[in-house]
Design a protein around this ligand. Structure first.
Ligand code: GLN
Length: 588
C-alpha cells in the first residue's frame, strides 16, 4: 500500500520549511519551488509566533511591497532568529532580518528591477557552495541593506547593490536581496536546494505527481451533490480545469459555457466552438455596452468580471435552474489571485476578472470551484499532459480573460509626446510591479532596440516602468500625440486585425514557438490621419510571474512593421523592451 501512504502524506504532510508571508508577489512561489525540490513547505503569516514554528527545519521570510520603516509594515517575531532553525530572508525578508538584528536599511538612489548580474564570493559555506562567480539574477527592489548587523558579512554584490547577499553562517542566518525562487534567476533552484538540504538538512518527503487525485477529491468536496457551470475561454487554464471537473464529477454534471465577449481574438469563437460539451453564449453587446466610455484599466477589469457574473445569472435563470443545484467553475490560477491582492499583505497589481466583488461573494458562499487556484501555468500544462490533453491546446500562448479590452489602451486627455534627455515620454500609462507594489506610469520611447539600455533607464528614472523602442512610423515621434479616447468596437476591431496579422507572421516564421506569450497592444498615439500605434510585446516566461523581453529577428520585425503600417489608421510600430519586473507582461 505504498501508494496509499504517499497519498495520505500528500493530504496531510508536515511542513519542514515554513515560508513567512510579508506580502510578496512570489511568496507562494517560494513554497512551490521548495516543494518542487521534494520537500513539503507551507506559507504562514509573517507574524506567526516563534513557538508555533518549533518543529520546522528551516524558515524563509518572503519579499513584500513595504519598506521596513513604513508604519505597520510586516514584521516577524524576533525570537525566530534564535529557535535553532536556519532562517533565509529574501528581498524584503533580508531587509527585515537586517533591520531587526540591528543593521540598517536605506532607500536606494536607483531601483533595481529585472535582470542583474550577481558577483558571489564563493565561500566554504554550504549555502553558497558550488555557486561562485557571476550569475544572472532577477531583482525587484528599491530599498537595500546599508549597514550589516553584527556577525554578518556580505557574500554577494551587483553593480547597483553592494549588499546583494549576506550571511551569518554560525547562526544559520542568510539573506538574499534577489529572488532565487523565480526562473529568471538562472541558478535559483540551486540556492534554494543548498538552503533546504545543506543548511536545513531537510529530507525528501513530497512527490508533486500525486496532485491530480488530490485535486479531484477537492472538486468533489466543493461540489458535493451539485453540478458545475464552467466558464471556458479556450485557453489552457480553463480547459484543464474543465477536464479535471469532468473527471472528478462525470461529464454529465459539468457544463462548459464559452462567452463571446466581443473582446476575443480573430477565429477564437470558431476554435472553441469545435470543442466538445460546450455551449457558446453570445454577449458581445452586453460587454461592449458596459465598457463604453471607460478608460481606466482597473475599471475595465472590474466591469468585465461582473458581466461574467451577469451572464451566469442569466443562464441559470433562463434555464430555470435552482441555485442549490449549480455552482460556477473557473480556470483561476495562482498568479490571478496574488496579482489581485489575494493575500493579507500583497499589493493589488491588477484585478483579474475572476477575482471581482461579485465572484468573491460567490466564493464566500461556497459556490465557486477553482481546481487550479494554487497552481502556476507550467504546472497547469503538466497536469494537462497527465490528463492526456492535446499539446495543440496545452501549448497555446496564454491569453487574458478580459481579452483585447486590456490591450486596447485609452486616454482621458489629449497630450503631446515630450522629448527628454533619455528619450520621448509617451503620456499613456501602463501597469508595472515595482518592489512588489503596483505602479501606473507613462512609457519612455527610445530609438535603439537596446534591452540593456532599457533596464538601465527603468532602474534610474523614477516615475517610469516601461521602455519601448520606436521601430518604424509614418510620422516622426515629435509630431505624434496621445488623443483622448475610450474602448470602441472600431478600436477593438483594429486591434483584432493587427493581432491576427502578427500572429500569422510569427507562426509562419516559427517565432511563436520561441516565445511564451506575444501580446499586441494598441495605443492611441499618432497623427490626425493615422491616430493609433501598435506595440509588440514578445516575452519569455515559465510561470508568468517574471518575464524577459526577448529580441526578434530583424527580417521578421521589418515584415511585421510593413504589414502593420499598411493597416488604415496605424501610425507607428513600437517594441516593448521591458522585463517583468518592472513592467507587467500585459500593459493593463
Ligand atoms: N519593497 C521593498 C523594496 O522595494 C522590498 C521589495 C521586495 O521584497 N520585492 O525594496
Amino acid at each position: 500500500m505504498a501508494g496509499a501512504v504517499c497519498h495520505n502524506r500528500y493530504l496531510n504532510p508536515t511542513a519542514q520549511i515554513i515560508v513567512l508571508d510579508a506580502g510578496g508577489q512570489y511568496c507562494h512561489l517560494i513554497a512551490r519551488k521548495v516543494r518542487d525540490l521534494g520537500v513539503y513547505a507551507e506559507v504562514r503569516a509573517s507574524e506567526t509566533a516563534a513557538v508555533e514554528l518549533a518543529g520546522a527545519h528551516g524558515i524563509i521570510i518572503s519579499g513584500g511591497p513595504s519598506s521596513v520603516y513604513d508604519s505597520g509594515s510586516p514584521t516577524v517575531d524576533p525570537a525566530i532568529f534564535a529557535v535553532g532553525a536556519p532562517v533565509l530572508g529574501i528581498c524584503y525578508g533580508q531587509q527585515l532580518m537586517a533591520h531587526i538584528l540591528g543593521g540598517e536599511v536605506r532607500k536606494g538612489v536607483k531601483g533595481e528591477y529585472g535582470l542583474a548580474t550577481l558577483e558571489l564570493e564563493d565561500t566554504a559555506d554550504p549555502m553558497f557552495g558550488g555557486l561562485g562567480g557571476k550569475q544572472q539574477i532577477w531583482m525587484n527592489h528599491r530599498d537595500a541593506v546599508g549597514a550589516l548587523p553584527e556577525g554578518f558579512r556580505v557574500t554577494g554584490r551587483t553593480d547597483s547593490c553592494a549588499v546583494a547577499a549576506i550571511a551569518a553562517p554560525g547562526r544559520g542566518l542568510y539573506g538574499l536581496q534577489f529572488h532565487p525562487e523565480v526562473v529568471h534567476t538562472t541558478r535559483g533552484q540551486e540556492f534554494l536546494a543548498n538552503f533546504v538540504f545543506r543548511v536545513c538538512q531537510c529530507r525528501k518527503d513530497w512527490d508533486p505527481r500525486h496532485r491530480v487525485p488530490a485535486i479531484e477529491q477537492e472538486i468533489r468536496d466543493t461540489a458535493r451533490n451539485r453540478s458545475v457551470f464552467f466558464f471556458v475561454s479556450g485557453g489552457v487554464d480553463s480547459s484543464v480545469a474543465f477536464a479535471l471537473c469532468a473527471r472528478a464529477l462525470g461529464a454529465g454534471r459539468v457544463r462548459g459555457v464559452y462567452v463571446d465577449t466581443g473582446l476575443m481574438r480573430e477565429g477564437e469563437t470558431d476554435f472553441v466552438g469545435r470543442m466538445a460539451n460546450l455551449t457558446v453564449e453570445h454577449a458581445e453587446d452586453q460587454f461592449l455596452g458596459a465598457l463604453a466610455g471607460v478608460t481606466d484599466p482597473e475599471q475595465k477589469r472590474h466591469i468585465i468580471g461582473e458581466e461574467f457574473v451577469r451572464v451566469q445569472e442569466r443562464i441559470v435563470e433562463s434555464r430555470h435552474l435552482m441555485d442549490e443545484q449549480w455552482i460556477l467553475g473557473q480556470g483561476t490560477i495562482y498568479p490571478d489571485t496574488i496579482e489581485s491582492g489575494g493575500t493579507a499583505k500583497a499589493a493589488v497589481i491588477k484585478t483579474h476578472h475572476n477575482r471581482v466583488a461579485g465572484i468573491q461573494k460567490l466564493i464566500a458562499a461556497g459556490r465557486i470551484v477553482e481546481p487550479l487556484k494554487s497552481f502556476y501555468k507550467d504546472e497547469v500544462r503538466e497536469v494537462g499532459r497527465e490528463l492526456g490533453l492535446p499539446s495543440e491546446l496545452l501549448d497555446r500562448h496564454p491569453f487574458p480573460g478580459p481579452g483585447l479590452a486590456i490591450r486596447c489602451l485609452c486616454s482621458e486627455f489629449d497630450a503631446p509626446v515630450r522629448a527628454t534627455a533619455d528619450g520621448w515620454v509617451i503620456p499613456v500609462n501602463s501597469v508595472g510591479v515595482l518592489g512588489d507594489a503596483r505602479s501606473y506610469a507613462p512609457v519612455l520611447a527610445i530609438e535603439a532596440l537596446d534591452h540593456v539600455r532599457a533596464t538601465e533607464l527603468t532602474n534610474r528614472l523614477s516615475g517610469m516602468n516601461r521602455v519601448v523602442a520606436a521601430v518604424e512610423s509614418k510620422a516622426p515621434l515629435a509630431a505624434m500625440q496621445i488623443r483622448a479616447c475610450s474602448l470602441t468596437p472600431e478600436r477593438i476591431a483594429k486591434l483584432r486585425q493587427a493581432d491576427a496579422l502578427v500572429r500569422r507572421l510569427s507562426h509562419e516564421a516559427n517565432y511563436d514557438r520561441c516565445v511564451w506569450q506575444f501580446p499586441v497592444i494598441l495605443i492611441p498615439l499618432g497623427t490626425a490621419e493615422a491616430p493609433e500605434s501598435v506595440v509588440l510585446r514578445p516575452v519569455d516566461s515559465v510561470d508568468g510571474m517574471t518575464a524577459q523581453s526577448v529580441p526578434m529577428d530583424d527580417a521578421l520585425l521589418r515584415a511585421m512593421c510593413g504589414e502593420l503600417l499598411k493597416l488604415e489608421g496605424i501610425c507607428g510600430v513600437f517594441y516593448d523592451l521591458t522585463h517583468k519586473p518592472p513592467g507587467t507582461i500585459e500593459w493593463e
